[in-house]
Write a protein that binds this ligand. Structure first.
Ligand code: CDP
Length: 228
């Protein structure tokens, strides 16, 4: 199905789980754009680059060679020949990524790679914060996933504990709310639903239920396209 699907929403709304599963069901590519901002943050911290320097981070963004490698369980993220899939999910990256992603120069420099990935033959499901509003404004299906802050924090907490991180739930909630505030208030491409997005509160829904709804939206859209 050559369809473009944009999935946006705040942290912990289940975007990546849903996007990955929907892409698998539709047999199209999956692109996690958060991984691009996370990889840049990881690279900056590794090189000791100041997170206050928009220009240096912008230059680093141009050099960043990120590859998405499909994998059964999880998509792998490689940067310059190194597998960063797990490293970029570390709490220290989550705590700093929104600051890096708020710089207009960084966003501008990362636009081309995302648009290229969006145009990949055969359709794509992309998740992030500005996919429906900026990266794929003409996407066939736009979904904005949300959930109450408490539910999102609990989901993220469970994930982190399973990965072996020792954290407290209130700390996870605070970090998540901080990041949402930064993402919603930035000047360029702030986190918000596109005017034509379907907004779905996933608080009472299982992953399977959300996926089934998104797949149904894609099927309806694709039937309408074919019938045109
Ligand atoms: O998975 P989670 O919701 O925690 O976040 P993510 O999708 O990995 O994105 C991490 C951060 O990258 C977000 O909080 C945003 O600051 C930034 N981001 C963005 O600005 N635009 C995107 N399209 C994707 C992510």
């Amino acid at each position: 199905m050559a369809i473009q699907v944009a999935i946006d929403g705040p942290a912990g709304a289940g975007k990546s789980t849903v996007a990955r599963s929907v892409a698998r069901q539709l047999q199209v590519a999956y692109v996690d754009t958060g991984a691009i901002y996370r990889s840049l943050t990881w690279e900056a911290l590794r090189r000791g680059v100041s997170l206050d320097s928009e220009r240096t981070l912008g230059d680093l963004a141009v050099e960043l060679k990120i590859e998405f490698i499909p994998n059964d369980e999880q998509q792998k993220v490689w940067v310059r020949g190194e597998d960063l899939t797990e490293a970029i999910r570390m709490p220290v990256i989550s705590a700093n990524v929104a600051k890096v992603a708020a710089y207009p120069l960084v966003r501008e420099r990362l636009l081309a790679i995302q648009r290229t990935l969006a145009e990949g033959a055969g359709g794509v499901v992309m998740d992030g914060r500005d996919i429906g509003t900026r990266i794929m404004p003409h996407a066939d299906v736009k979904v904005f996933l949300t959930a109450s802050a408490g539910v999102r924090a609990k989901r993220r907490y469970d994930e982190l504990v399973e990965q072996g991180h020792a954290l407290e739930l209130p700390q996870v909630l605070e970090e998540l709310e901080d990041r949402d505030r930064t993402d919603q208030s930035r000047q360029v491409a702030p986190l918000r639903p596109a005017a034509d997005a379907v907004v779905l509160d996933t608080s009472p829904l299982s992953v399977e239920e959300v996926c089934a709804m998104v797949v149904a939206l894609c099927e309806i859209r694709s039937r309408n396209k074919e019938g045109r």
